[in-house]
Ligand binder design. Sequence first.
Ligand code: 13P
Length: 250
Amino acid sequence: MRTKIVAGNWKMNKLPSEAPALIEGIRKATNDGDCGVDVVVCVPFTDIPAAAQALKGSKIGLGAQNMHWKDAGAYTGEISAAMLKDLGVQYVILGHSERRQYFAETDETVNLKLKAALAAGLTPIVCVGETLEEREEGKMQEVIVRQVSEDLAGCQEDFARIVIAYEPVWAIGTGKTATSTQAQEVHALIRATLAKMNPEQADEVRIQYGGSMKPENAADLMSKPDIDGGLIGGAALKADSFAAIVHAGK
Ligand code: 13P
C-alpha cells in the first residue's frame, strides 16, 4: 500500500513573517502531521528558515518549489539542492506548469534537476500535465507519455523515491477540477508509462493529483486506485481547508 501524500504548494505567497502562523494552524489541524497521510508544505525560498523553525518537532515535511541542477557556481539568482538540504528541506517541486509556462522550463531541464535532487537526497515532486489546447486536440496521452519518459529518463533505479504530480494545466487555479474518472485515467497512463521504464518500482511511485483540489472533491479523487494524494495550491493557504484535504486522504 502506498501511503498518501498531500503537499501544499504555496507558490509566491506568504512572507517569512506570515509563514509560522499558517504552519502552526496546519500542525494543530493535522496532529503535527502524524495522521496516516504524509503532509508536506512547499514554501517560497525566503520562507524556508522560518518554516523549518516552525515545523520543528512535527512530522510535516518541508519542501521548496524549484532548484537549479548545478551544485554551485556562477549562476546568479539560482539556488542549489545543497543549499536547500542545508536548511533542512526534504522535498522539491520540479517542472511545475507555471515554471514551464512562464520561466522556460523544459523536459530537459526538469530531467537535469531531477537527477541533481535525487543525488542530493531530496524527494522530488515532478509535475506533468497537459494544457486545455492539448487535451482538446486529442494530444493528452502523447504529452503525458513524453513528459514522464523525458523528465524521468535515466532515473529508473530511483523510481520509488520519486513523487509525480498530475496537474492538468486547465484545472490549475481555475476552479475546474478534473473529474475523479478523468484524473484516474491519466494516473493509470502515468503508471503504465513508468512500468515500461521500470516494472519493479512503478507500483511504488506515488502520483498526486493537482488542480483546484478542495475539501469538497478531495475524498472522491483520492478514492481512485492510482491517485495517491494531492498537490494543493489555493486551498493550501488556509490551515482548515488544507487539513481537510489531508484528512480526506485517510
Ligand atoms: P490550485 O489548487 O490553486 O488549482 O493549484 C494547483 C497547483 O498548481 C499546485 O501545484
